[in-house]
Design a protein around this ligand. Structure first.
Ligand SMILES: Nc1ncnc2c1ncn2[C@@H]1O[C@H](COP(=O)(O)OP(=O)(O)OP(=O)(O)O)[C@@H](O)[C@H]1O
Ligand SMILES: [Mg+2]
Length: 356
């Protein structure tokens, strides 16, 4: 669903306001420190109940205030989210909800900013998160498997760490294996889907770089996970944690048989990151049929003009609701001629601009 209206109160440096958005393209300008990223963050928080800048939502409370409040109108529902020093409250259509996932599954939101370019150069965790994002929004079973896996891993690690009741390890191994195998199969399947997208015209990779994507399971491929957990039990007890499992999976990105990170230039890596993101957005859009909110924070400082234009063209083709920040009120060439709405932020005050 796209967001048609947002009301925000006491969020970061932003002055309390209500904004009406364009269903496709929203451009946000303002000088350094004006509050552009904070506006994107408020949309992210309202859709996901988490921020892309901090693990502590409390940090988003405007200094000196008791809490922030966000309220948004989406196509067929209304969402409200408040965070005080003590608690987080989420409401859908006025009714409090207990599970964050109820909110998260409503409207997929994703962002590209300077940190996104760690998708290839960063740790495997970044790539697991990337796969998870697709899977959470498309495969309804995935979040159930995920919750069970997280619970079992936590219990198993607690046993290993305490070195007490080690006879319960068999029980937790059994509980861990089923969701792990399911998650692993999903991840393998989606890796192949993403590779297909990359090979297609959609992502327009520079210079026909021969990219291969491989899902690498976080345990030896020769052994079943059950066997692997049994074999590594002594090692796990010594370490106090579980050495093998889907929490060690990787999405391996290779160019001509070498890790992409060793072969590609900085600019090519960024283009490849964007291609991966576009592939994921396209898969979620096609398979879930949900409208995705996509936040773009200052792409101009990261990509050259040609790469930006390719990115915008691909993104508008997918049919997302875009929020794009820039220092100046600049309209990317690829977006010219399209319908959009423009906002300007100054010292936390957001104003909708009239079209010239
Ligand atoms: N909890 C808070 N309460 C009040 N102000 C805050 C809070 N957290 C951050 N700020 C301030 O909000 C301002 C806006 O930050 P933001 O990152 O949104 O700016 P920006 O427009 O994206 O800037 P840039 O162009 O440099 O990226 C900053 O001056 C920051 O110090
Ligand atoms: Mg910013």
């Amino acid at each position: 669903m796209s967001i048609s209206q947002l009301s925000l109160t006491n969020f970061r440096n932003l002055k309390s306001t209500t904004l009406d958005f364009h269903p496709s393209i929203n451009l946000i300008s303002g000088s350094n420190g004006s509050g552009k990223t904070s506006l994107l963050e408020s949309i992210h928080v309202l859709c996901q109940a988490c921020s892309f800048r901090t693990h502590q939502l409390k940090q988003c409370i405007s200094h000196g205030n008791p809490g922030f409040l966000l309220f948004g109108r989406f196509g067929s529902y209304k969402a409200g989210l408040s965070r005080s020093q003590q608690k987080l409250e989420i409401k859908l259509d006025g009714e409090p909800i207990r599970r964050r996932s109820t909110l998260v599954s409503k409207t997929p939101v994703n962002i590209v900013n300077a940190d996104s370019f760690n998708l290839i150069t960063g740790s495997p965790e970044q790539r697991r998160k990337y796969l998870n994002w697709c899977l959470f929004h498309v495969e309804h079973q995935y979040s159930e498997h995920w919750i069970r896996f997280k619970h079992a891993l936590k219990q198993r690690n607690q046993l290993l760490k305490s070195r007490q009741d080690l006879n319960l390890l068999d029980y937790w191994d059994g509980y861990l294996i089923e969701p792990s195998v399911a998650i692993s199969q999903y991840r393998r399947r989606y890796t192949a889907l993403i590779a297909e997208q990359l090979a297609g015209r959609l992502t327009e990779l520079p210079g026909n770089i021969p990219i291969t994507l491989d899902y690498v399971a976080g345990w030896s491929e020769e052994a079943e996970l059950k066997q692997c957990l049994e074999d590594s039990r002594d090692k796990d007890i010594r370490a106090g944690y579980t050495n093998y499992g889907i929490h060690r999976d990787n999405l391996q990105i290779m160019v001509d048989g070498r890790p992409a990170v060793q072969v590609l230039s900085r600019g090519q890596l960024k283009r490849l990151c964007l291609a991966l993101i576009v592939a994921a957005l396209n898969i979620v859009r096609e398979k879930s049929n949900k409208k995705i909110i996509f936040l773009i924070d200052d792409l101009r400082s990261e990509l050259d003009e040609a790469s930006q234009q390719i990115a915008y063209r691909q993104l508008t083709d997918i049919g997302l609701q875009l929020f794009v920040t820039n220092l100046e009120s600049h309209i990317p060439t690829a977006l010219r001629g399209k319908e959009y709405k423009m906002f300007h932020v100054e010292h936390g005050m957001i104003k909708a601009l009239k079209k010239r």
